[in-house]
Design a protein around this ligand. Structure first.
Ligand SMILES: Nc1ncnc2c1ncn2[C@@H]1O[C@H](COP(=O)(O)OP(=O)(O)O)[C@@H](O)[C@H]1O
Ligand SMILES: [Mg+2]
Length: 272
């Protein structure tokens, strides 16, 4: 409603004019628009907050798995050291004691010496597999051949190792992660592939560090390989653990597999 004062030439008030317009429809349209705007705004806000929650829980999961992997490494290192330093030392002392009792004159004693020796060997192998001591001292260049030597003997699989001559040392975490990928991949070759051979290569490729474990076995079943493509998949703990280790270091894990063999390729930036 608009009310206007009407005046004559001299400015004296003569009356009022009044215009009334029905704006109900316009107001209703305006209200409807406002409501639907509000609804849209709420929906967007909801979606953003859902996305933020998803992102936060993903981050938290990633931190958790990184933490678990580090804890597992620490635990293995501690167990390896303890086995080697305490049980290993007791066994060495036991063998020395038995040796001093002239086992060459007593078959039963000789048997005990033999058992003590076997136990020492076993403890050393288990402790080194839990945490290879030469990995930190001499790096992958020495630790991989040492591991392959034992693996070849235990499994009967022929293994070949190739390393770039000028391959530099990596960080402790990076070397340990690659070593664990090697262990897990070779365990898979032995357990699942039926391959008589395995080939390991460690090199630089496009500025990245690259570890490849190749076998000539029957390949990863299609279903397993398929589920490795999406994160919801039912991948085994082994493959997923390897992929997560690589992701934690800014790298990734690739699986190339067919009926004639499998290649596991782990890549990461050299500064990881
Ligand atoms: N080198 C390989 N050759 C054939 N199949 C493989 C190989 N590596 C893995 N697989 C398949 O992928 C599956 C998942 O492997 P992994 O995540 O290491 O779990 P797990 O070894 O405990 O079964 C295995 O069960 C096997 O079917
Ligand atoms: Mg496995």
């Amino acid at each position: 409603m608009i009310i206007t004062a009407l005046r004559d030439k001299s400015g004296a008030l003569r009356g009022f004019s009044k215009v009334t317009r029905d704006v109900t429809e316009r107001m209703q349209a305006h209200e409807a628009l406002k409501a639907s705007n509000e609804e849209l705004r709420k929906e967007i806000a909801d979606r953003i907050s859902a996305q933020q929650k998803l992102h936060a829980s993903e981050q938290s999961l990633r931190r958790l798995s990184g933490h678990l992997l580090r804890m597992q490494d620490e635990e293995r290192r501690r167990l390896g050291r303890e086995l080697h330093d305490s049980v290993g030392q007791y066994l060495a002392a036991l063998k020395m004691g038995l040796d001093s009792m002239r086992p060459e004159e007593n078959d039963q004693l000789a048997q005990c010496v033999h058992l003590a020796e076997q136990s020492m060997k076993e403890v050393r192998t288990i402790s080194y597999l839990l945490y290879p001591p030469m990995l930190e001292e001499m790096g992958l260049r020495s630790a991989i051949p040492w591991y392959l030597d034992g693996f070849g003997k235990r499994s009967g699989i022929k293994v070949a190792f190739e390393i770039e001559p000028d391959m530099a040392r990596l960080s402790r975490d990076a070397e340990l992660a690659l070593f664990r990928v090697l262990q897990e991949s070779l365990t898979n070759v032995l357990r699942h592939s039926d391959s008589p051979t395995a080939e390991i290569r460690l090199m630089r490729k496009d500025g990245l560090v690259c570890l490849e474990v190749m076998d000539k076995g029957k390949g990863i079943p299609a279903g397993v390989l398929e589920s490795s493509r999406d994160t919801q998949g039912t991948l085994g703990v082994g493959l997923r653990g390897m992929a997560e280790r690589m992701r934690q270091l800014g790298g990734n894990l690739e699986l190339i597999s067919s009926g004639t063999g499998t290649t596991v390729r782990a890549t990461m930036p050299p500064e990881a």
